[in-house]
Design a protein. Structure first.
Length: 158
């Protein structure tokens, strides 16, 4: 019987033992947990903001790069157009000089046939003027060709 009583007392003791958490520790742990959670949230927000700024900066950089490429393409088109216009102007000038030269040659021939010294002198002067204009045209063509070669070289370098 003593053993039964001892067993009952042990059972009672076991049943009567209850684990309770200390309210002070609980609130302190809760405060620490809340602080940690708040800190984690604030760090997370900062990281998210930085990531968003980084993405925006990348997007702006891509947009600016696209704009730069578009502007470069437009510039290249304008250069080509300018070169074409210059070629056309030089071709028209050359045609005009050839026409003037043939007219002056005709005037010179007529002056020699008629024996008019003043007309011969005037035709000779016009021929020298045409020669000067032809030389200017040749120099302009050479400059244009050099500029075109330089532009082609620059374009190939990119």
């Amino acid at each position: 019987m003593i053993e039964n009583q001892n067993a009952e007392q042990i059972e009672e003791e076991q049943v009567s033992i209850q684990v309770t958490e200390d309210p002070v520790e609980e609130s302190g742990a809760a405060n620490d947990g809340d602080e940690l959670e708040n800190y984690t949230k604030s760090v997370s927000k900062r990281i998210n903001k930085l990531n968003a700024k980084h993405r925006e900066a990348e997007q702006r950089a891509q947009q600016l790069e696209q704009i730069a490429l578009q502007k470069e393409a437009e510039l290249q088109q304008y250069r080509q157009y300018s070169a074409q216009q210059s070629n056309q102007v030089l071709a028209k000038e050359e045609e005009a000089l050839v026409s003037k030269e043939s007219q002056i040659d005709d005037v010179y021939r007529k002056a020699v046939e008629s024996g008019d010294a003043d007309l011969i002198t005037k035709a000779a002067k016009l021929q020298s003027d045409i020669s000067i204009q032809k030389e200017k045209l040749r120099v302009a063509k050479a400059r244009q060709q050099t500029a075109a070669q330089e532009q082609e070289y620059i374009s190939q370098g990119n």
